[in-house]
Design a protein around this ligand. Sequence first.
Ligand SMILES: [Zn+2]
Length: 357
Amino acid sequence: MSKIQKNINKLGLLERLEKGPVLCAEGYLFELERRGYLKAGAFVPEVVLDYPDAVRELHREFLRCGSDVMEAFTYYAHREKLRTIGREDELEPMNRQALRIAREVAAEGNALGAGNICNTWVYDPENKEESGKAVRAMYEEQVRWAVEEGADFIIAETISYLGEALIALEVIKAFKLPAVIMFATTRSLTQSKDGYEWIEACKVLEAAGADVVGFNCQAGPDTLMPLLKKLRKAVKCYTAALPVPYHTTKEHFAMWNLQYKNKNAFPTALDPLLCTRDEMASFAKDAKELGINFIGICCGAGPHHVRAMAEALGRTVPASKYSPDMSQHGHYGSKKVVKKHEDTIIVGKKRKVVKDR
Ligand SMILES: [Zn+2]
């Protein structure tokens, strides 16, 4: 029997989804890279073992800003990726530590603790049998650790093959936990890497018992919305949408090939393409109105996005105490404190009167 004491009064994922949208902040990888705790490139969550307090802090920030889910930072903490950086022997401690941190912080605010598995870089549709076995083994050990560490449900994310997603679903269901399965539209907005129309692939997952199906990562909110409209009509189960907060375009529909000043912006020059918190709030509102159930944000997310999304869903969260109130501002506020002669700006050597404040 598990040593983990679960809070029996806490509502589970499916009970919460029944009541209304569940908000889920992702993006730990990008944010901890920006903060200097993780290397862009391999993108392995070494920070979990090297600086656990940094992970704990980011969980708390997302919790204060309204995320209902503390997702264990085990993205790419799988055998294949840890082999790449020569830390394969730390696979289990890294997973267990990430799961414990997520669960501990979740308990501070009645959030859910989720286990996480993702694309493996091992699945090969030309060699389904053999590669599928390797994928299954990787998922089985990660999901087993998640169950042992008391995860409330499992998120399988950023998967681009239906075949790989089905293995993830089978493994999660074998452990009897709710399964959120999300595809990443990395190479195509219309079909998976193994050639299935995205909507068809989601229907296959629904029929195979997925509790929540949808999309995360790579596509920005405007790019993802048309696909979400089709998805909502096509399936009866709960649906998920966690775009990246970047201005992806028709031509560059995934963040990995976004351009800035005619150069590839991924991953270190994406900043000027970042969506504002207001844009992400609009997305959350639109997704809710569309009937999307598991709403969130992926790589590039900051706590300010998450708070704005939570508030757009009609909530007041702990960090709402410090939500913007420009009525208190010297220039913009209702209690203006700026004297008339100060209403000027200097451009070059010229002093200009500012009329439109
Ligand atoms: Zn992402």
